[in-house]
Design a protein around this ligand. Structure first.
Ligand code: NAD
Length: 449
């Protein structure tokens, strides 16, 4: 049984990397400004033609419904006042309330949030969840502020969002740079803005909360668990024995670390790992669980003993069988895809492959488990949390795990069936399954008025 980690263990301000730590890594594939939203629109257009989607539905889904930007002041520890920019993009609510994470990251942009919000619409549709898609966050580095500052930034941001979020309207969750603690502050802030008699019903305004504050068992590891279900499904179909296989993971936060820990229980050995502080290699394999504890205590992999510092280029060329990107988008371009030795890329992160990288992977016969499917475990268990909040229930970890496994396997099967029927790649198949459900709803409800 995995006990959800104490959110307070993930520090806002990690210790400085020791002198033997590798140099800082690049944020993304070098080159021109990456237009993530255009890439997602491109996938939408391709899938729309596969399912012969009515043009008006394609046009509606090609843009988010609402784009909200808030600028809000926060008093910092030294007494100064700093202005922050926050975003919430609400892509679609035709299937249910907007749903999606809040990201705190220095490179966050409106374009990224638009792309990520649209992907949430596809993800929720693919998983048959009663949700639409949303995404948001703040452009800043949470490592640069103290814990108290982080709390004030979070609370002021959620206060600024006001009634633009709500348990039946728009339900945020953790993403990069945010965690269960962030969600506890967010929920508490929201609760204090609603009338006293409505307080309890407001618990479901965010998911990914700590257990004691209305969270669910299994949410902390849910995204990693979903990635692992997809990998085991793939292995079974490809007749690959996972025992003894080598794993490389980029990003060792929530998604990357839980994926590595869960895979280690299946005999998969983590040989290469990277995060914002750099990359490490160990041919014998890291103890994923110990590394996870180390990162939770120190804030990064920097200085972890038993690992040889390697460059980003060496990381992508590492001898491994499975690659789980679990950091940022646009990490696997042409060069990285050419260097990769792994046979499978399971996208824990959203949008880690750019189109050029994806083309190379396809040419080289490297399988890709697309983000919209592979990392959908998080939002699926978020849904379970929301249902438990509505019913004032607390499900056991076993119950959550069992439901998630069924949901992931069902979605995998739907995607595979679509890919076979339409002779298309898995990413297009994910979009195809998701869009078919959306088209059906538009056909039934039609356009108001
Ligand atoms: P996190 O903040 O817990 O961890 C992010 C990791 O990425 C950290 O290890 C960080 O050091 C690393 N990182 C940051 N910048 C990097 C860089 N330039 N190069 C290499 N590594 C870098 O975030 P998370 O929640 O694990 O999210 C990771 C990815 O998974 C994101 O793409 C997110 O959208 C996606 N995702 C998360 C969830 C979830 O439930 N948390 C669900 C679905 C998808």
């Amino acid at each position: 049984m995995t006990t959800p980690a104490d959110p307070a263990q993930k520090p806002a301000r990690p210790t400085a990397p020791p002198s033997d730590s590798p140099s800082r890594v690049d944020n993304a594939v070098p080159g021109e400004r990456y237009e993530f939203f255009k890439v997602i629109q491109g996938y939408l257009d391709r899938a729309a033609s596969v399912i012969q989607m009515p043009e008006y539905v394609r046009a509606i889904l090609s843009q988010p419904k609402n784009e909200l930007i808030v600028n809000f002041p926060v008093r910092m520890d030294d007494g100064s006042v700093r202005l922050f920019k926050g975003y919430r993009i609400q892509h679609s609510n035709i299937l249910g309330p907007y749903k999606g994470g809040m990201r705190f990251h220095e490179s966050a942009s409106l374009d990224d949030f638009k792309a990520l919000a649209a992907m949430m619409t596809w993800k929720c549709s693919l998983m048959n969840l009663p949700y639409g898609g949303g995404k948001g966050g703040i452009k800043f580095n949470p490592r640069d502020v103290s814990r108290n500052e982080l709390q004030r930034i979070t609370r002021r941001f959620f206060h600024s969002l006001g009634s633009n979020i709500g348990p039946d309207y728009d339900i945020p969750a953790p993403d990069m740079g945010t965690n269960a603690q962030t969600m506890a502050w967010a929920m508490d802030t929201y609760m204090n803005t609603v009338g006293m008699v409505n307080k309890q019903a407001a618990t479901g305004v965010v998911t990914g909360k700590p257990i004691a504050s209305g969270g669910t068992y299994g949410r902390e590891k849910a995204t990693g668990q979903g990635v692992v279900h997809c990998i085991t499904e793939w292995a079974e179909r490809e007749r690959v024995d996972l025992e003894g296989k080598r794993l490389m993971v980029q990003g060792f936060g929530n998604v990357g670390s839980h994926t590595a820990v869960l895979l280690s229980k299946l005999g998969v050995s983590l040989v290469a790992v990277g995060d914002h502080s750099g990359y490490l290699y160990n041919a014998e394999g890291f103890n994923a669980h110990r590394l996870q504890e180390y990162v939770q205590a120190k804030g990064s992999i920097a200085g972890y003993p038993n690992g040889k510092p390697i460059s980003r280029e060496e990381f992508f060329a590492a001898d491994a069988d499975i690659f789980v990107p679990a950091a940022l988008e646009n990490q696997i371009g042409e060069e990285e895809a050419t260097a990769l030795k792994a046979r499978l890329v399971a996208e824990g992160a959203n949008g880690p492959c750019n189109p050029a990288g994806e083309e190379v992977l396809a040419k080289r016969g490297i399988h890709v488990l697309p983000d919209v499917l592979a990392n959908a475990g998080g939002v699926t268990v978020s849904y379970y949390e929301w249902v438990q909040n509505k019913r004032s229930e607390q499900w056991t970890l076993e119950e959550v795990d069992e439901r998630l496994e069924t949901a992931m396997k069902g979605a995998y099967e739907r995607v595979e069936h679509f890919a076979r029927k339409h002779r298309c790649d898995t990413r297009l198949a994910c979009y195809g399954v998701a869009l078919e459900r959306l088209v059906k709803v538009y056909a039934e409800r039609e356009i108001f008025p």
